[in-house]
Unconditional design. Structure first.
Lengths: 240, 425
């Protein structure tokens, strides 16, 4: 099976500060890969490089057959990125926002309608999609943005703290939606500092701290290796 | 009260950011320099004005006139050529302020209290406030001449019409623009042109400020509302993002400039009609005789110059907007741009660009926003070539800066760029 994402010896510096130091990992098709680590570990920088927002310092990133540095336009056609602090155009109504984003992803009007319909189902916002986004709560906006991320059925979905700021109920809903779409063959790269969430969600996990990946494996394998009850304990032991 | 002061202090500290202070300091410095420069040029403008006097009378009284002119901040050069048109052309090339013709038999006509008029050909080179001041010098000179001759007549015991005794030297004024002349006073013509051209820079300033703030704000809003990163990761060519932002703001700005041009046309038409009723047919006919009317071609050139000026401002604002982290910082970031628009506005209002020091002239020409301000008076004077060069320059400027903007958007600079004044640890 082709790797959906292959990161090799990735490095990124901001001046003298090395945010990401020589990390490597891969994500298979249909796999949910969780990148866990505390704030400032380098997760967001890694995700931004993969999603073509930031230039790569050193190393390489491939998304399926496309090199992120050399073919960013091709990569953007098959990925979808949900930033940690994403917003939506507040003057638009929810449905119109989905229509706008669908039109940016695909030219075919029939496919656009499919995307929007899928987006409406994912968001679960119902009649509230007829209202302006400025009237939405944080949870509603995040669900709309998640819908935007998944509605185009990207080959690789990249989500930075997908349940950031959400209450327990909404967070659970979001995790279930992610799992559902991964089962449909979508590769998902998720980053979070909520290790219990990642443990629940991910097939494989990468532990990152201070720009270095300390270990990679399934939750079960890592807990066994470090003799830990959960990923939080794994993290503490792996980064010692 | 204490709590109010705590809140007030917080508000002021929040507003006093480097993004606000730095542009403010730059603006103050630039205005200081501007004031200095205009002041120096104004002092230059206070130098004696050169007039050519054609003395066909060659009598003691006519020589008195020349003498009085010389003592009233006017530098007199004589010319005795018989062809007046040739004298006027020569004076125009030398950039003299006026040609004054003292007719043959002048002294005799004054002494007999039925004076012949002297002819004053006021040569218009520009429509700045300094230009208006030049003609005031001529009028003051003629006033001084009247005093001197009036005193002579009264001292000699002449009696007669007191009006003539008080004003024995009467001037028949002509205004000369290029190869056209009209029998009217320069104050009326200059006032008429000023009333029209004063409107243009104000509206231009407003349109540029409006368009620039609009586009810089859209970028800042995308950053503040966290929509920019999502947009940049969609499969949309980043050049399209740049062009769509500029086109959106440009369409609105173009609509504004078209509406402005229609409004200006109506204003000018009403002014011409109003002037006819207020000042008689005279000034309106005189202005037409002098060719100082905006033709459809003039409107097109002015419109194109304005359009490219706005596009250039949009391109720069797009780049400045990329530095903004939020909407609050946009006003501060775009203020240097406003100053670059204000400089040519003030300079062209007060000074004749062709007589300022070469350094200042080239600085003004280098600022792309100067050219629409220079265009209106140049179009009145029929200087189409300089307007066309201005349009070409603005077009090149726009292309360069839009390419820079496209480059910023196509790299991670659009995400990482910001003004950082903090000390590096």
């Amino acid at each position: 099976m082709q790797q959906a994402l292959e990161v090799k010896n990735l490095q990124k510096s901001y001046g003298k500060f090395e945010a990401v130091k020589n990390i490597s990992f891969s994500v298979k098709e249909g796999e949910i890969f969780g990148l866990i680590g505390p704030n400032g570990a380098g997760k967001s920088t890694t995700l931004k490089m993969i999603s073509t927002l930031l230039s790569i310092g050193n190393g390489s990133i491939s998304v399926f057959e496309y090199d992120v540095a050399k073919q960013p336009d091709k990569v953007r056609e098959i990925i979808s990125y949900l930033p940690e602090e994403a917003g939506a155009y507040k003057n638009l109504k929810g449905r119109n926002y989905l229509k706008l984003m669908a039109a940016l992803y695909i030219d075919d009007s029939q496919k656009q309608k499919e995307y929007v319909q899928r987006g409406e189902e994912i968001s679960g916002l119902g009649v509230r999609l007829n209202d302006k986004i400025s009237t939405y709560s944080k949870g509603m906006t995040r669900k709309l943005l998640l819908a935007r991320t998944l509605m185009s059925m990207p080959k690789l979905a990249i989500m930075d703290e997908p349940t950031s700021g959400l209450d327990v109920v909404n967070a659970l809903e979001v995790r279930n939606i992610i799992k559902e779409y991964a089962k449909k063959g979508m590769a998902v790269l998720v980053s979070s500092h909520n290790m219990l969430e990642v443990e629940y969600l991910s097939d494989s996990v990468g532990i990152i701290d201070k720009g270095i990946i300390h270990d990679i494996g399934t939750s079960i394998d890592l807990k066994k290796k470090y003799n830990a009850n959960n990923l939080e304990e794994v993290f503490v032991k792996a980064t010692k | 009260m204490k709590k109010f002061l705590v809140l007030l202090k917080k508000e002021i500290m929040e507003l006093l950011t480097p993004q606000v202070i730095a542009p403010l300091l730059i603006t103050v410095a630039l205005f200081g320099i501007l004031g200095n420069v205009v002041g120096r040029e104004q002092k230059k403008a206070d130098q004696p004005k050169t007039i050519t006097v054609v003395n066909y009378d060659q009598t003691p009284l006519s020589n008195t006139l020349i003498d009085v002119f010389s003592k009233n901040n006017l530098k007199v050069e004589s010319n005795t050529d018989s062809q007046l048109d040739k004298i006027i052309s020569t004076a125009q090339v030398k950039e003299d302020t006026a040609v004054i013709v003292i007719p043959s038999g002048f002294e005799q006509s004054v002494l007999s209290l039925s004076p012949k008029q002297i002819e004053v050909y006021n040569l218009v080179h520009n429509f700045s406030l300094m230009g208006i001041k030049d003609f005031a010098s001529i009028a003051a000179g003629i006033g001084a001449v009247n005093n001197a001759v009036s005193n002579q007549l009264i001292a000699a015991g002449n009696v007669g019409d007191p009006t003539i005794l008080k004003m024995p030297v009467q001037a028949n004024n002509y205004v000369v623009v290029g190869d056209k002349k009209a029998n009217t006073s320069p104050e009326q013509v200059m006032g008429f042109i000023q009333s029209q051209t004063a409107f243009i820079p104000i509206i231009l300033f407003i349109v540029i400020v409006f368009a620039s703030q609009m586009i810089a704000t859209t970028i800042a809003q995308e950053k503040e509302n966290k929509t920019l990163e999502t947009l940049l990761t969609t499969p949309v060519n980043r050049k399209y993002i740049v062009i769509s932002k500029m086109a959106g703001a440009g369409i609105i700005a173009l609509a504004s400039s078209v509406i402005y041009m229609f409004g200006m046309k109506n204003y000018l038409n009403n002014i011409s009609g109003g002037t006819m009723s207020q000042a008689g047919v005279g000034i309106s006919e005189a202005v037409k005789e002098l060719g100082l009317v905006f033709t459809p071609e003039s409107y097109i050139y002015l419109g194109i110059s304005l359009f490219f000026c706005i596009l250039g401002a949009l391109a720069i604002s797009l780049i400045l907007g990329a530095f903004a982290e939020d909407v609050k910082s946009v006003a501060g970031l775009t203020s240097p741009l406003m100053v670059l628009v204000a400089i040519p506005y003030f300079v062209t209002m007060f000074l004749d660009i062709n007589t300022v020091s070469p350094v200042l002239r080239y600085v003004i020409y280098a600022i792309p926003f100067s050219h629409p301000f220079l265009a209106a008076p140049n179009l009145f004077l029929g200087n189409y070539t300089s307007v066309i060069y201005g349009i070409i320059y603005q077009a090149i400027f726009f292309v360069i800066f839009v390419l820079i903007a496209a480059k910023i958007f196509s790299t991670d600079k659009i995400v990482t760029m910001k003004l950082n004044f903090s000390k590096k640890k």
